[in-house]
Ligand binder design. Structure first.
Ligand code: ADP
Ligand code: ZN
Length: 222
């Protein structure tokens, strides 16, 4: 089963993807995480990608698409994947359809998360990530803080704020790009009949974990 997470920054895509992945045993593949790992290791891919990421721009398709295509050939991806952060443009979505079609597969479900704008900015500013690249757990100092301030509950490594989350200009740019380039994917997948939209918001007391629980139940019920 191939699942795609869609939704603006700060809606909780990573959280929902991680929970579903843990329950149904298919890997969560986050392009942002792969880029950040490469940046921290200063690989050629990381150095190149950082030029775009630090400004809040998209990394070009010539880098991103082959990286995802390769990741989909790994053994752990043979029963499907949960893609978090890819595709982000219509071109990427078309490429992904081609890559999956070559394997006789398709996109089975697109989980589109929406959150009111006021909450989004706040969540991005209060997001913290584990500095251990093997762990990458995410926290929110308001909504789900770690037990010990600044320390990851899962592995004990220090937490930090992502560079692009602490720069208001980069945040603004990412949200603009989302509106312009990524939001058209909602219609793209609606046409394919695979779209499922979910509101995640404090105002209705529905958080990522509630969405994940419902979806896992449905997948298991099938
Ligand atoms: P966010 O959703 O908060 O922007 P991500 O971790 O998904 O965070 O991505 C971080 C950055 O990595 C993005 O701002 C972008 O520069 C780059 N990136 C991630 N996925 C893609 C993609 N599919 N295409 C192009 N750039 C990407
Ligand atoms: Zn950790």
């Amino acid at each position: 089963m191939n699942i795609i997470m869609l939704g603006a920054q700060g809606t909780g895509k990573g959280t929902v993807a991680g929970l579903i992945s843990g329950e149904i045993g298919i890997p969560q593949i986050s392009t942002g995480d792969i880029f950040r790992k490469n940046i921290s290791e200063q690989t050629p891919l990381g150095i190149e990608a950082d030029k775009y990421i630090s400004k809040g721009n998209l990394v070009p398709d010539e880098i991103t698409v082959p990286m995802v295509k390769d990741r989909l050939t790994w053994e752990d991806a043979k029963n499907g994947v949960i893609l978090d952060g890819f595709p982000r443009t219509i071109e990427q979505a078309e490429k992904l359809d081609e890559i999956l079609a070559e394997k006789g597969e398709k996109v089975d479900l697109v989980i589109n998360l929406t959150t009111p704008k006021e909450e989004i900015i706040d969540r991005m500013l209060t997001r913290r990530v584990c500095t251990n690249q093997e762990c990458k757990a995410t926290y929110n100092i308001k909504l789900h803080p770690p037990v010990k301030e600044g320390i990851c509950d899962k592995c004990g490594a220090p937490l930090k704020q992502r560079a692009d989350d602490s720069d208001p200009e980069a945040i603004k740019r990412r949200l603009e790009i989302y509106e312009e380039k990524t939001s058209p994917l909602v219609q793209y997948y609606e046409k394919q009949g695979v779209l499922r939209t979910e509101t995640v918001s404090l105002s209705i007391n529905r958080m990522g974990k509630d969405v994940a629980t419902d979806i896992v139940k449905e997948i298991r019920g099938k």
